[in-house]
Design a protein around this ligand. Structure first.
Ligand code: SAH
Length: 228
């Protein structure tokens, strides 16, 4: 799967992943396909080499551009709520490191992902290609607007926190489709599981508390943000 030999994945990394998976299990992640995806998508490929050691701790981590790669538990938890089926057409908002996109792709979903930070978009786009995840379609856009040309989607996953429901995205969900999103401000956020019940209605279940970077509108290109 990994075309480029500069990506080393040895027995030590695999062992650390096994431990991480035990941690995820102990925190309530039971879906075998998701646990298996964590074994097969090496998280250390998504961090700079200097931070390899941090890759298998159950923690978020800075990836430059003032952004973070989500905590492994959070990725697993959002994926579990999304109830991913093979061939699901999924829109992800907040490509970030690309790790979550690869987990969804490994589960057999058709993944469309949007990032608003230009530098991060280019960096991750290249990485996905090198890792053999070129099937993931990446876009430099404002995620609030979604991708109307490719709508409707079976599922939508938001990995940054809007403080209001993103209605344009609900419009792009199929009837019966699911959206998972953290909603709130920097002080209080809740994970929501939204199910679209008809063209004009949806129901929402409130889940665990969450802590994500804010979902911001527009495209950004801050050179000054590119350092850790
Ligand atoms: N899924 C990512 C987590 C990324 S953190 C991973 O696996 O690493 C959240 C990301 O959302 C950041 O990169 C941020 O730039 C991006 N983001 C915030 N608001 C956005 C918007 N309106 N559209 C697209 N991306 C957005």
């Amino acid at each position: 799967m990994y075309k480029n030999s500069i990506f080393v994945d040895d027995y030590r990394h695999k062992g650390l992943r096994k431990k991480l998976i035990e941690t995820l299990k102990s925190k309530g992640i039971r879906n075998e396909a998701i646990l298996n995806a964590f074994q097969h998508v090496p998280r250390h490929f998504f961090l700079d080499k200097a931070f390899e050691e941090m890759a298998y701790k159950d923690q978020p981590f800075p990836i430059g551009f003032s952004q973070t790669i989500s905590q492994p538990y959070t990725v697993a938890y959002q994926t579990q709520l999304l109830d991913v089926k093979k061939r699901d057409k999924i829109l992800e908002i907040g490509t970030g490191s690309g790790f979550q996109s690869c987990i969804l792709s490994h589960l057999g979903a058709r993944v469309y992902t949007i990032e608003r930070q230009e530098g991060l978009y280019h960096k991750t786009n290249k990485l996905l290609e090198k890792l053999g995840f070129g099937a993931v379609k990446t876009y430099l856009k404002d995620g609030f607007k979604g991708l109307p040309v490719f709508a409707p989607f079976d599922k939508i996953l938001i990995t940054a926190a809007p403080d209001e429901l993103p209605y344009d995205l609900i419009d792009q969900l199929k009837i019966g489709g699911i959206m998972v999103l953290p909603k709130g401000n920097l002080q209080v956020q809740k994970m929501l599981l939204l199910t679209k019940t008809s063209e004009t209605s949806y129901k929402i279940e409130e889940k665990e508390s969450a802590l994500f970077v804010p979902m911001l509108s527009g495209i950004a290109n801050h050179q000054s943000d590119s350092n850790y």
